[in-house]
Structure formats: structure tokens, C-alpha cells
Design a binder for this molecule. Structure first.
Ligand SMILES: Cc1cc2nc3c(=O)[nH]c(=O)nc-3n(C[C@H](O)[C@H](O)[C@H](O)COP(=O)(O)OP(=O)(O)OC[C@H]3O[C@@H](n4cnc5c(N)ncnc54)[C@H](O)[C@@H]3O)c2cc1C
Length: 309
């Protein structure tokens, strides 16, 4: 099931069909804050009132035309301004393939430099999302070569616990004092590069998380896994790590109950808010993570098709 959904996430024809479907759009609105910058920033403002910070993500990836990459850059520049103007913390997440990495490296460097210059001037932060394993080395090289030396405190990367290489990557990033978001990994990967068993991914997550909590630079613990979150909270208590030395991170619309619990307990929490018209691959990855979401989706479809409702 998971493999099928992740395969479907790449099918543009299916997206064109789904995007015209009102029910699918309504379902997507559970995980996606809308299609416009205004809606994304409004969602961040709403969270800020509940003491939760945000990272805004303009949905889009694997861009193949230069003009499209430049348009995405301009939209990110507008997002930064709108976040600053509305008084929410300036924090965005970006995929390098959306900025033209597959078209030409200089194009991508130009786009990312423009965004980081503006973000730094606004005292903001830019996170490079991590894509499939074909991009891991390229993303880390790009970060180190073009961004980290120049913009250090204003940028960070993501490491996926599902990848076998991640322990070594974490060591490099800890040595650099670079900021890391740790997640499990959302892409379909071959066993040669990733742990096929979820139990191994979870075990690796805990190992890498402990390392980051002890030695990392303000790590982002990005998971909705209650057992791992409880483990993290017990670990920081035992190690006397102050709650302002790290943050938990979760996705918009996922485990809002747990988000509230963490805030009430005084933990820092950031919510990743995706928005934009290109929501289909993102939605398919969220469905693949939790088959119960498909039941929810189908249940709604059946309910809405009953006449008189
Ligand atoms: C802030 C943030 C940023 C991320 N950035 C990246 C990135 O750059 N690259 C990348 O590859 N991945 C990224 N991810 C996705 C991540 O890799 C996982 O695919 C996703 O978070 C699900 O894993 P989990 O840690 O929540 O654990 P899981 O074991 O998958 O889930 C644990 C529990 O969380 C709940 N849950 C998880 N997912 C869902 C869902 N979709 N709907 C409803 N409930 C759910 C369920 O209760 C589930 O039992 C990010 C995740 C977060 C939170």
C-alpha cells in the first residue's frame, strides 16, 4: 500500500485528475493550509497565538523549467516579507529541486543566495528539506559549499533516520555546529541505502536524537511518534538539558492533540505549514504514512455521496 501511494505521488496525470476533484481538495485542506501566501501566513499567525512557532513551505518540487524556479524564489521572497510584516517568526522550509537543482547548480545557488540574504536581513531561518536519497549527498554538499559558511545561523538541513548513512552525516554536522532537523524519512528507498524495517528506523531515530540532544546545535526533533517523544522528554530531564536547547516539530494537521500536550508541558514546538497549488505529492506521502487516513478519506466520500446529507 505504502509503495503504491508513493509511486502514485509522482504521477502528474493522476494529480491533474485529483486536483479537479472537490472532495480531494477538501481532504487536502486537513494537511495543507491553503493555496495562497496569505493563507499560509494566516495559519502561522493562528499557531503563534497558541505559543507555537511555524515553518512555511511553498509546495513544489522537481522543477524542470528555469522560469518556474525563479517564480518559486520570488514567492519565497514574498513569504519572508509577509511573515515579517505580520509579526510571526520568519522561518521557511525549501526543497532544492524547487529552486532549480535539477536544471543547473548556478541557477539554484543564485536563487538560494537571494532567499538567504533576505532571510538573514530579517533575522530569519531557512531549512533545506531533505528529498529522496538520490539528493542526500547533493543537498549536504550544497549546504556546506554555498550556504553554511556564509549564512551559518540562518540555515540548516534535515537528516532522515531511515538512511544507513545518517549516523556519519550527523557526526559531520555536529562537528560543524550546523542546525539539524531529524525526521524518519518520507520517501520510498531501496534496502541498500535504507533500513527496510520500521523498528530499525525507530531505533536509529532514538540513537541519532540522543546524539543531537547532547551535542547538536538547537536540533529539531521532527516526529509524531509518542513513544519517541516521551523518550526525548525523559532523556533531557535525565541529562539536565534545558527545554530551550531544542524544539519538537510536527506537521500541520497531524496529531493536534499531542501538539497541545507538548505546549502545555512547556516544550518548544514548531509546526511545518505547507501551502500552495502543488499539494498532490505531499498529500500522497502523508497518506502513505498512515493508511487510516485513506479510510478517513473514503469514509468522507461515502458520507458525502449519500443523498440528503
Ligand atoms: C516538521 C517535519 C518536517 C519534515 N521534513 C521532512 C523532510 O525534509 N524530508 C523527509 O523525508 N521527511 C520529512 N518529514 C516527514 C517524516 O520523515 C515522516 O515521514 C513523518 O513525520 C511521519 O513519521 P513520524 O516520525 O511521525 O513517525 P511514524 O512512525 O510514521 O508515525 C508515528 C505516529 O504519528 C502519527 N502520524 C504520523 N504521520 C501521520 C499522518 N500523515 N497522518 C496522521 N497521523 C500521522 C500516527 O499517530 C503514527 O502512529 C518531516 C516531518 C516533520 C514532522
Amino acid at each position: 500500500m505504502r509503495q503504491g501511494l508513493l509511486w502514485l505521488s509522482h504521477r502528474q496525470g493522476v494529480f491533474n485528475f485529483v486536483r479537479r476533484n472537490g472532495l480531494a481538495r477538501r481532504f487536502a485542506s486537513r494537511f495543507v493550509a491553503g493555496e495562497s501566501i496569505e493563507e499560509g501566513v494566516a495559519a502561522a499567525g493562528e499557531l503563534a497565538r497558541r505559543g507555537i512557532t511555524a515553518s512555511l513551505d511553498l509546495l513544489g518540487e522537481s522543477v524542470t523549467a528555469e522560469a518556474e524556479a525563479r517564480l518559486a524564489r520570488d514567492q519565497y521572497l514574498r513569504m519572508l516579507e509577509r511573515m515579517a510584516a505580520s509579526g510571526v517568526e520568519v522561518n521557511v522550509s525549501i526543497k532544492l529541486t524547487q529552486m532549480g537543482l535539477d536544471i543547473s547548480e548556478p541557477l539554484c545557488v543564485g536563487n538560494m543566495t537571494a532567499i538567504l540574504e533576505r532571510a538573514a536581513a530579517l533575522h530569519g531561518f531557512v531549512r533545506l528539506d531533505m528529498e529522496g536519497s538520490a539528493y542526500t549527498q547533493r543537498t549536504l554538499d550544497f549546504f556546506r559549499r554555498y550556504l553554511f559558511d556564509r549564512f551559518g545561523a540562518h540555515c540548516g538541513v534535515v537528516i532522515q533516520a531511515m538512511l544507513r548513512r545518517s549516523e556519519a552525516d550527523i557526526e559531520d554536522l555536529v562537528a560543524m555546529k550546523a542546525r539539524v532537523r531529524l525526521c524518519k524519512g518520507a520517501y520510498l528507498e531501496p534496502a541498500a541505502v535504507a533500513f527496510p524495517e520500521k523498528a530499525d528506523v525507530d531505533r536509529n531515530y532514538v540513537r541519532l536524537m540522543e546524539r543531537l540532544l547532547l551535542a547538536g546545535n538547537y536540533p529539531g526533533i521532527a516526529t509524531h511518534d509518542e513513544a519517541i517523544i516521551s523518550h526525548a522528554r525523559a532523556f533531557v530531564r535525565r541529562q539536565d538539558i534545558p527545554t530551550d536547547r531544542f524544539e519538537f516539530q510536527m506537521l500541520y494537521g497531524v496529531r493536534r492533540d499531542l501538539q497541545g500536550t507538548l505546549r502545555q508541558a512547556g516544550c518548544r514546538l514548531r509546526v511545518y505549514i505547507p501551502f500552495g497549488t502543488q499539494w498532490y505529492p505531499y498529500l500522497m506521502r502523508r497518506l502513505a504514512e498512515r493508511p487510516a487516513n485513506i479510510a478517513f478519506f473514503l469514509g468522507n466520500m461515502v458520507r458525502e455521496s449519500i443523498p440528503g446529507r
